[in-house]
Design a binder for this molecule. Structure first.
Ligand code: FES
Length: 146
């Protein structure tokens, strides 16, 4: 009797294969996002990307997440000082932060850390500030350099 035939008769061949798959799947999903945060991958240094201000970030308080960065319009007009760009991943456990326009702060929804418009730490449990990125505006095109 061949090995496969023997295992088939015992009914454990498929069971063993299934158990192996499920154990691998559990391990990967458990390690991929232990804090329950969002995908907040930061782009490599030297990356540049642009957005059209005619259709994006048109109102004060509008925000957009791109390439691991959250861009926010903090004032009217298309000057570079009308915008801020910081890393979207909270420095505590990596959850994507949000901008609260009423408070003028970035706030982490997971444990409540707060950061200023420039990313400076205001309240923990995070212990370090967010990285701020350089914003330039030419006409109606905003460019962020990482
Ligand atoms: S992950 Fe942001 S405060 Fe904990």
């Amino acid at each position: 009797m061949e090995r496969d035939e023997f295992l088939s008769k015992l009914g454990i061949g498929a069971l063993a294969a299934c158990m192996g798959c499920s154990l691998i799947a559990c391990s990967k999903s458990g390690d991929a996002n232990p804090s329950g945060g969002n995908n907040t991958t930061t782009p490599p240094v030297g990356t540049t990307f642009s957005i059209d201000l005619n259709s994006t970030l048109t109102s004060v308080g509008d925000s957009k997440v791109s390439n691991g960065i959250i861009l926010v319009r903090i004032a009217a007009g298309n000057a570079a000082s009308s915008f801020t760009a910081v890393q979207v991943a909270c420095t505590h456990e990596g959850t994507a932060i949000n901008y609260n326009n009423n408070q003028g702060l970035f706030i982490c929804p997971l444990h409540g850390s707060e950061f200023s418009k420039s990313g400076a730490l205001i309240q923990g449990p995070a212990t370090t500030s967010l990285k701020q990125y350089t914003v330039a505006v030419t006409g109606s095109t905003l460019t962020v350099t990482v």
